[in-house]
Design a protein around this ligand. Structure first.
Ligand code: GLN
Length: 465
């Protein structure tokens, strides 16, 4: 069997209780070999997979994901498996329970095959901040897969697996989806339980699906959403299925530094959209403030969420015996540079005298951003923006200057600040004739709260599949 580019329905059609063991023996061989080149998986969960297979043999094969393989970002807990969050401090940490999304996947009959690489604690836009591996872009090995869910995006983009889970705090599903040419959905805040997700910035974090096929993305979303009493912020999904008539394009997008290749692709896509929909120029005046607002709120929440990694409660600990030095040494030795930078920034913006000037101001700006979107959605059904201002960039291109790396998030962070759902999808490929490579370009469709369905029908109406 050819394992490349399989969809959920192809796998389900092929599999039955008799051939599933054999399928997975060969599939793991394929995965291990292919992963050598792309390094999207940090490790495989082969033992768990074969245990799952034995269990699902007693279940109905009509379960929505019966026998379907899935990859999980390594900041989402799978019971009795390592959960590193890409950090040395959790290198040997074993998850004591399943995240709610993982439980739901298991109940749907899915087979978890491995955990995928990420920027340490999901902080980054290239997966270069992982303490363990360098994941390569499936279209050009000299370039990054995006981040922080770069491993999940790369293995789906390479066609190794039909679906994967990631997390998105400021773009970490959408930007790597764009760089790897796949679909990535950041759901409405609160629709998917975060129980068992290693927290980065709790007012922004959402778990969401990656897929190469649109129906697979929708199916996976419908399996993982819903209220969970273990995550008090979660809510029942309210499905608002209304008609789409008008699409908005924010003027501000064009003054925020778009690379010409991305701009051309985006312009061409808008032309295509115009053949079917009313396209309207809109204004989101607060959009230019989204990036600074995000980097204040996110770092504040990071500094508080990461205080728990002190060498006592979780993970690795320095050998130092006096208490204070044990804390200090543990964090010094086992947390990476970017994580430390954000803890410092976040502690600063929360400190006495600066709290009002930075953190409180950022909270107010967040409100404006939310209101701007709400105002826009009175006139339009969906908003389109590029996912990333640039093509997938090269390794080390942005690692020396954190600010240039942060700029990669310019179009994605506003969506998290406004709690909205958005999908990144591929609109074209930039072809470089000279060097003979082609790179995917993504666009994101943003809907109002709980209106994921509108994005699905928009994409279907334009024959995305
Ligand atoms: N790239 C963004 C950051 O570095 C987003 C991260 C994320 O969504 N987890 O913060």
């Amino acid at each position: 069997m050819n394992f490349q580019n399989l969809t959920i329905s192809e796998i389900k059609q092929h599999l039955n209780k008799k051939n599933i063991n054999d399928f997975y023996h060969h599939y793991f061989e394929f995965l291990k070999k292919e992963n050598e080149q792309i390094k999207g998986f940090l490790f495989f969960t082969e033992k768990l997979a074969f245990e799952t297979i034995e269990q699902i043999k007693n279940k109905d094969t009509s379960l929505p994901l019966w026998g379907v393989p899935i990859a999980i970002k390594d900041n989402i807990m799978v019971k009795n498996e390592k959960c590193t969050a890409g950090s040395l401090i959790l290198e040997n940490y074993i998850a004591p329970y399943d995240a709610t999304v993982v439980k739901k996947l298991k109940n749907a009959g899915a087979v978890i095959v491995g955990k995928t690489n990420l920027d340490e604690f999901a902080m980054g836009s290239s997966t270069e901040n992982s303490a363990f591996a360098k994941t390569l872009n499936p279209f050009d090995p000299s370039r990054v897969p995006g981040g922080s869910s770069g491993g999940s995006a790369a293995v789906v983009g390479k066609g190794l697996i039909p679906i994967a889970l990631g997390s998105d705090t400021g773009g970490s599903i959408r930007q790597p989806a764009s760089f790897c040419g796949v679909y990535g959905l950041k759901p409405t805040y609160s629709t998917v339980s975060r129980f068992g997700l290693i927290a980065m910035a709790s007012s922004l974090d959402q778990i969401g699906p990656f897929a190469k096929n649109l129906n697979d993305l929708i199916l996976l979303f419908k399996i993982i959403y819903g209220k969970d009493y273990l995550d008090s912020t979660s809510q029942n999904y309210q499905n608002n299925n209304q008609r789409i008539a008008t699409i908005g394009i924010p003027d501000e997008v064009f003054s925020l530094g778009l690379d010409p290749e991305v701009k051309n692709a985006f312009d061409d896509f808008i032309k295509k959209v115009k053949t079917k929909y009313n396209v309207k120029q809109i204004s989101l005046p607060s959009l230019p403030y989204a990036l600074p607002t995000y980097y204040l709120i996110m770092t504040a929440e990071v500094s508080s969420n990461l205080a728990r990694y002190d060498g006592i409660k979780y993970g690795r600990r320095s050998a130092n015996h006096d208490l204070l030095n044990q804390y200090l040494q543990t964090r010094k030795m086992y947390l990476g540079k970017e994580v430390k930078r954000r803890i410092l920034l976040g502690s600063f913006v929360l400190s006495h005298g600066y709290y009002e000037a930075y953190y409180l101001k950022a909270l107010k700006a967040r409100k404006f951003i939310f209101q701007d979107f709400q105002k826009a959605f009175q006139d339009v059904d969906l908003i389109l923006m590029p996912t990333s201002p640039t093509l997938p960039f090269r390794f080390n291109e942005k690692t020396q200057d954190p600010l240039t790396m942060y700029l990669a998030d310019i179009f994605t962070v506003a969506v998290n600040l406004a709690y909205l759902p958005a999908i990144s999808f591929n609109i074209s490929f930039y072809k470089n004739q000279q060097n003979n490579y082609s790179l995917p370009i993504g666009c994101q469709a943003i809907a109002n709260l709980y209106e994921e369905e509108k994005i699905f029908s928009f994409l279907q109406s334009l024959n995305f599949n």
